[in-house]
Design a protein around this ligand. Structure first.
Ligand code: ZN
Length: 163
């Protein structure tokens, strides 16, 4: 699917949450598959549904070892970046975050060609549903915590450049 760029109104909207029945529907399951394919083709580490024009509280995340190998070991260590297996987050909420912030340059597939120095909480706790509609609790730090905050921002119409 095409990844929309800033200027598209859908990127600035509050996305709608999904019910368990909606999550298990064929149309949402197909949307999840299409998002995973789009994420991997880009390639990127996270994709939120508004980025492909669907104003829904749905995110896919995957940070592969092959992406991290493009950084020097020092860069990877400084960013606390390690592989994150593919997973789906629905209706995610940050329920706790570290007061300590980490500041790094960050890109976004919807602001192609732009990078920004973005402070983000070093660790977060996120409550969400998975692709089966099951409750999930995620505790993350380092780059994974950054990806989560970036993607959850997308669901609230916030772009990294705002930060
Ligand atoms: Zn983004």
């Amino acid at each position: 699917m095409e990844i929309l760029q800033i200027g598209e109104p859908v990127l600035r909207q509050m996305a709608s949450s999904l019910s368990r029945d909606e999550i298990t529907s064929e149309s949402i399951q197909q949307l999840i598959s299409a998002m995973i394919e789009t994420l991997r083709n880009a390639p990127g580490v996270g994709l939120a549904a508004p980025q492909i024009g669907e104003s829904l509280q749905l995110v896919v995340i995957e940070d592969r070892a092959e992406y991290i190998q493009k950084l020097s070991p020092e860069q990877a260590a400084e960013r606390e970046r390690s592989p994150v297996p593919l997973h789906v987050l629905i209706n995610p909420k940050i329920i706790k975050q570290d007061d300590t912030k980490a500041e790094f340059f960050e890109g976004c597939m919807s602001t192609r060609g732009l990078m920004g120095l973005v402070p983000r909480a070093l660790s977060v706790k996120v409550e969400c549903l998975n692709e089966h509609g099951e409750n999930t609790l995620i505790e993350a730090r380092g780059w994974y915590a950054r990806i989560l905050q970036h993607e959850i921002d997308h669901l609230h119409g916030i772009i990294n450049l705002d930060r």
